[in-house]
Design a protein around this ligand. Sequence first.
Ligand SMILES: Nc1ncnc2c1ncn2[C@@H]1O[C@H](COP(=O)(O)OP(=O)(O)O)[C@@H](O)[C@H]1O
Ligand SMILES: [Mg+2]
Length: 380
Amino acid sequence: MNASKVLLYIRDESLRRETVNTLKKSCQNIDFEIYDGEWSGLADQISQTTPTALLLEFGALTSDPAAAIRQIKSQVPRLKIVALHSAADPKIILAAMRSGANEFLHPPFDESLPAALEKILSHEGDSASATRGRIIGFLSAKGGCGATTIACHLASEIQNQTRKSVLLADLDLTSGLVGFLMKTPSSYSILDAVKNLNRLDESLWRALVVEHRPGLSVIPGPAVFTRRDDPDDDQIRRVLQFMRTQHDWTVLDLGRSLNYTALAALDEIDQLFLVSTLEVVALHGLKTIVHGLFDQGDKLQLILNRTPKMMDISTEDLEKILGRSLYAALPNDYMGLYQSYSSGNLLSSNSRLAQDFALLASKITGVPPIKSKKKFAFFG
Ligand SMILES: Nc1ncnc2c1ncn2[C@@H]1O[C@H](COP(=O)(O)OP(=O)(O)O)[C@@H](O)[C@H]1O
Ligand SMILES: [Mg+2]
């Protein structure tokens, strides 16, 4: 199939007519193609036609169009999305922009559509945006909830699924265990990257990180940490910005509770996952963090870990208490983890927890899991 510049996915007849007429009349130099199929086939269509921009009707797609846009964005970060809607509803505009849409337009399109496309397509070769990888972070509601375990397995699983360059970075400066769990002893840590910020380039970076396997690099936390080493906000942000230029995906272990490093990293993170268990103290910590970060919107997601088979509380009641829905609930598998760590490995892929890690990775990346044999108890 020929490469087309702009793909249209517009269900509403009159919105589609208006869009096509405007493109024909005022954007004659732009190739466009209309996708007429189901929402579920859109991702395939995008990978076949590799458009630069997608004109997407916001609202008529799925029950959660903002999540749909986020999913497309995580699958094809370079794709520019123009959300279209029949009216200028402020709530919809906000939801569309927050989900990562580059533009929001409503009829009449005569002027707005050509201007938006010109702006978007003229930035096509923009190298800064072309090298922007995604950064996700895992933060433990209190120590011991499983943030490190999930960060390690997810980094590995994201690399498996996407085959892209993935970095696992330990930002838990006081009790970082990523290097230990990944069996990547290193003389360097994230603090060496901070100390060398001004001369950080690709070759120095390659010397600092450990290649766990091709495509998966690890930078551990410091073996010893003193207050003197404390990086400031700006240094943390700059290191993260640099990581973005080197890796398609960066997975951060942010330690526990609302610590200084996690807060400093917040602006640079695309998605922050709070990890809790059902333990009362953990849930209390979780509520405190959710409350403190209430302004982060959908950037903040909750993961319940070590979920028992029988819960004393229903998911709905739990979500009511937390005021948010759960992104995922992962099962308890203490023995599985214990045995794999004792033999120096991550969980083998046939365990239930490993399969749920794969599903979670898939939900985050938007790439279908490599194999899914079972049905899983997964929320969201
Ligand atoms: N889903 C799980 N089932 C059983 N044990 C788990 C699970 N996730 C983590 N653990 C165990 O809980 C302990 C704490 O996990 P860790 O990832 O270090 O937590 P955190 O980084 O939040 O402090 C470890 O012993 C780990 O093996
Ligand atoms: Mg930890």
